[in-house]
Structures are given as C-alpha cells and as structure tokens.
Design a protein around this ligand. Sequence first.
Ligand SMILES: NC(=O)c1ccc[n+]([C@@H]2O[C@H](COP(=O)([O-])OP(=O)(O)OC[C@H]3O[C@@H](n4cnc5c(N)ncnc54)[C@H](O)[C@@H]3O)[C@@H](O)[C@H]2O)c1
Ligand SMILES: [Zn+2]
Length: 373
Amino acid sequence: MTISSANIVKVELGDRSYDIHVAAGLLNKADDYLTPYARGGRLLIVTDDQVAAHVLPLIIDSLKKADISCAVFTLPHGEGAKSWAQLEQLTDWLLEYHIERADHIIALGGGVVGDITGFAAHIVKRGCHFVQIPTSLLAQVDSSVGGKTAINSGAGKNLIGAFHQPALVLIDPNVLATLPPRELGAGFAEVVKYGLIDDAEFFAFCEREAAAFFAGDKDVQTQAIIHSVQAKARIVAADEKELSGTRALLNLGHTFGHALEAETGFSQRLLHGEAVAAGIALAFRYSVRVGLCGEADAQRVTALLRSVNLPVSLQDAGAVASGKTLAGHMLHDKKMSGGTLPFLLARGIGKTFLSHEVQLDDVAAFLDEEAGF
Ligand SMILES: NC(=O)c1ccc[n+]([C@@H]2O[C@H](COP(=O)([O-])OP(=O)(O)OC[C@H]3O[C@@H](n4cnc5c(N)ncnc54)[C@H](O)[C@@H]3O)[C@@H](O)[C@H]2O)c1
Ligand SMILES: [Zn+2]
C-alpha cells in the first residue's frame, strides 16, 4: 500500500479503536483494504441509488481484481431511508445472506447510509462489524467517525439508535467530484465548525483555501478532511458517549440550526449543513450581543460562510419566524432548567464553550431582532 502514515488518523477507544484512511484515489485500490473482510469471496455492501450510480462501480471493479464479488443492498437516496421499514428490509437481507457476528458490512454512501447501516450492524445477530466508506463531504468529516448510528421515528430525527463504532473508515476525496454542489457546501459548514471550536489556525486555512476547495483542488480537500477527522477523532476519544460535555462542542451552531430546520420542515429547502452555517453565524452574533465575542470575529465567520454561498441569516435560510416560534423549536431536543438552555457560545474564533446561562427569552428577543420584527 502506498498510503503515508500521515494520512491515517487513529480513533483511540481502547479495544474499539480504529483507523481512518484519507487519500485521493484510495478507492481505486479498495481491494487492498477490503479483502480481509470478505467471507467466501464475497462482501455485503449497503448503498443508495445515487451512490450506486456514481461510486459503486469503482469499488466493484477494484474488488474483481481480488476475485471478490459483491452483494449490494440499495436504499432509495434521501433522509426518508432512515426508517423502520428500510431497516427491516435491510436486516432481512443481511440474514438472507447468513451474516455472522464476525462479518463486516460495508456502508458506502452519505450520512443516511452510514447511520442506518451502522444501526443494522449493531442489532443484527446481536452485533456485527461494519466499515464506513463515506461519500458525501458531511459523512467524510463528521458522521462516519464517532459511532453514532440511528434511524428516524415519527417523533423526530435520530431517536432510535445506538453507539456502534466502525472497524475502519475509508475516505477518498475523489468521490466528491460527483457530489451535488449544495451538498458540498453543506459539508463545508461542518469543516469550518472544527476551526471555530478550538482551532483558529484551521479557520484561517479554511478562509485561505475555500476557493480552491470548491474548485476541486484534491490536495486542499484532502488536507481539510484529514484535519477535520483528526479533530473529530480527538473529541470522540475524549467523550465517546457525550457524557462530559466535550463532544457537545460538536453541536456549535446546531441549536439555532435545529430551529431553522424545524421551521423549514426538515426538507430539501434547507439542508442540515446549511442550517448549521446559519446557526453558526447566529451563535457568533448572539455571542457578540451578550458581550462575549468581538464584532470583528463574528464578521469574519459570516464573511467566510457567505463567500461559499452558505446562508448566514434567517432570511437566507428561508426561516423568518418570530423568536418565540424559533425558540420553541429549540426546546424540542433540549432540557431547560430555570429558564436557561445549555448553549454553545464563543469568546472568539477557536474559543467555543458550553454555557448554561443562556436565557431562552433573551434568545427569542435576539431572533426577533434578526427577523426584523
Ligand atoms: N452519525 C453521526 O454522527 C451523524 C452526524 C451528522 C449527520 N448525521 C446524519 O447524516 C445524514 C446526512 O448525511 P449526508 O449529508 O451525507 O446526506 P445523504 O446521505 O442523504 O447524502 C446526500 C446526497 O448526496 C448523495 N451522494 C452522496 N455521496 C455522493 C457522491 N459521491 N456522488 C454523488 N452523490 C452522492 C446521496 O445519494 C444523497 O442524495 C442525516 O441523516 C444526519 O442525521 C449523522
Ligand atoms: Zn451537523
């Protein structure tokens, strides 16, 4: 194998530790990585119809070289696939193929495929292994690492799930070439987030290289992805199950973002990463308002997100509503105590922290101002 060790990031979790390999062109040699996981010359791959059209042939061709055949379960693309109905079909399919506990299922796709496949791997035969091959930017820098798996229920998103770490993560930035541009932008919001949490230098890298990143520069994309998974791996190793508050830092922009997603009906009108971008801009402006953060930092954040066509306001997000309505959405997945809500705020770029002092009424007043009410 020709991968340099710098392109391997380790997630340190004791006996559940695993490697993340990041390299442009890596999937042309998928057989090098996946051969050990084949049983009886066959691998079980779960994907969606769009990824099946764009990325799957590369993997099948590469595995042919090693005389490995693939059985493929193809989900319909989109969030709707994270359902009980699809989970039932997927687990039935795995059982038809006589999956064993020692086997590895391959999850090839975006966060939707990774989440449902990881959860299926967790429950089928009381738990088997899985390998993540994330193909969207969001999945490459976020959802494929850290072991959160889930499907949606009528009561909300990701409410049925488990922690189940993958055995290996394979990331090939080349596959981003076929990702729809809006999806690339949405993933970029999560990349920028890592800089904002605790790494001002990485934020500056994102500012410098954003244009090259979106022009498809493979070196820049690879560097940005490696840096992002290093950050995620560090945070997950420190707080795998979100018990100490460290992993909660990954939710920067997500409380505002969740309200915007709820207001737009969790639909294609506003992708998750787009909501996060607007949420991050709002979190910084709110941090300025309460005197924590300098105006110039908030402006830099907004300028970067806007420069890559991400929404930075309620208007951009198509989610103009009263502060009371939006704050109401925030309560859905948060526990409030004494009128305050746990909230990620920033003392500046790279200085995010979890505050327990944010008054929901004050957030609502801020959002009214943002909406122009
Ligand atoms: N487990 C976690 O820690 C975690 C973290 C963040 C998000 N998520 C979950 O991830 C999901 C969102 O993931 P997503 O943004 O990747 O969405 P997605 O899986 O729906 O992928 C986005 C779209 O891009 C297409 N696509 C993916 N890769 C492609 C490629 N290389 N070429 C062409 N098309 C491609 C897909 O078919 C899909 O239509 C949500 O369900 C969210 O809850 C999970
Ligand atoms: Zn997110």
